[in-house]
Write a protein that binds this ligand. Sequence first.
Ligand SMILES: [Zn+2]
Length: 69
Amino acid sequence: MTDDTKKSGSNVAPLRAPRPCPECGRPSHREHYPFCSDRCRNVDLNRWLSGSYAIPVADDEAKADDDER
Ligand SMILES: [Zn+2]
């Protein structure tokens, strides 16, 4: 059995292509993919939660309307 020839080929493809962290641009970490660290992931998450992506309509408009007597 000489199947070794196939195994010894150093043609190992990486699981994922390295991608820069969307927050800081540093190479992403496997554990926090696609971010480089837990912090960057939280930053992104916070951005979502803080409303940059949300629709800031209901509360603000309702208040403005209420103030205008
Ligand atoms: Zn980062």
